[in-house]
Design a protein around this ligand. Structure first.
Ligand SMILES: *[C@@H]1O[C@H](CO)[C@@H](O)[C@H](O)[C@H]1NC(C)=O
Ligand SMILES: *[C@@H]1O[C@H](CO)[C@@H](O)[C@H](O)[C@H]1NC(C)=O
Ligand SMILES: *[C@@H]1O[C@H](CO)[C@@H](O)[C@H](O)[C@H]1NC(C)=O
Length: 240
């Protein structure tokens, strides 16, 4: 079982920064005038061999209504329910995942097969559900005031995905090529509460940068209001 300490999957959190261009010489800190955005490519060398085989396996969400969340992720995004483990009458954990071959559009794996390879699969979702009578909401979730930013999902065709989200009545905050909304739930983008402490100029720069970074991306909500970032498989260079 995996609780709050494992709720964050760092690879998912950094998904929106995954594709950044090579640096422009003379454009960066210590070289006179710094202009933004600029990229700072990673220079990490090989990891500690003792961590060979480590990888990010799943992201865990606390869900209000397990049925609703399973329906949402399976119908809208094609996740398969691998199992629900009923730990007590009121407490369960559920795993969902995509068939590995799904990235190519060719693969098929039954839930049983997915489960067999559970410890060798990336990108699974875990849903932690406590079914407490009278419970109205997950404490704190209405403000989304946690360290969870968003779940990133790759799709081959964002325009087709927009139609699909509309068909299922999914709340969409932003479609491809639309600006980042300046009101509503994305007014505090990615729940970066500190952003509201920026000066008006710095906040405008921040919104502009986020808009450019997310030009092609869709932002939507899952049934509990968790932010979904939906990215195209083929991401052209954003900053030229
Ligand atoms: C700063 O300038 C030096 C010398 O031209 C260059 O080697 C270096 O890559 C530049 N640094 C950045 C961050 O652009
Ligand atoms: C949970 O979700 C299901 C499916 O959307 C719905 O039928 C059911 O009424 C919901 N349960 C509660 C307690 O809201
Ligand atoms: C699956 O994707 C990989 C990587 O993009 C590609 O090399 C391969 O040809 C694809 N296979 C099929 C069957 O499409």
């Amino acid at each position: 079982m995996h609780f709050r300490s494992i709720i964050l999957s760092l690879s998912l959190l950094s998904a929106s920064l995954a594709c950044v261009p090579a640096p422009t010489p003379g454009n960066g800190p210590g070289n006179g005038t710094t202009t933004y955005p600029y990229a700072d490519p990673g220079s990490d060398e090989r990891s500690d061999p003792a961590t060979l085989g480590y990888f990010s396996n799943h992201l865990s969400l606390n869900v209000n209504n397990l049925t609703r969340s399973i329906e949402f992720y399976s119908q809208v995004f094609g996740f398969r329910r691998m199992f629900t483990y009923h730990i007590t009458e009121h407490f369960s954990v559920t795993y969902m995942g995509h068939a590995q071959g799904g990235r190519n559009g060719t693969g098929y794996q039954s839930a049983e097969e997915l489960l067999r390879f559970k410890q060798n699969q990336a990108g699974m979702l875990e849903m932690v559900h406590m079914d407490v009578e009278g419970k109205k909401d997950i404490p704190g979730s209405d403000e989304r005031a946690s360290t969870f930013s968003h779940l990133g999902i790759i799709v081959p065709d964002p325009e087709a995905t927009v139609k699909r989200l509309e068909k299922y009545g999914v709340t969409i905050y932003k479609k491809p090529f639309e600006p980042m909304p300046s009101d509503g739930p994305l007014a505090n983008p990615f729940t970066l509460g500190d952003a509201t402490n920026l000066s008006p100029e710095a906040f405008a720069e921040f919104i502009d940068g986020m808009t450019k970074l997310n030009t092609l991306n869709i932002f939507a909500a899952d049934p509990d209001g968790n932010l979904l970032e939906i990215l195209p498989f083929d991401e052209p260079p954003i900053f030229g």
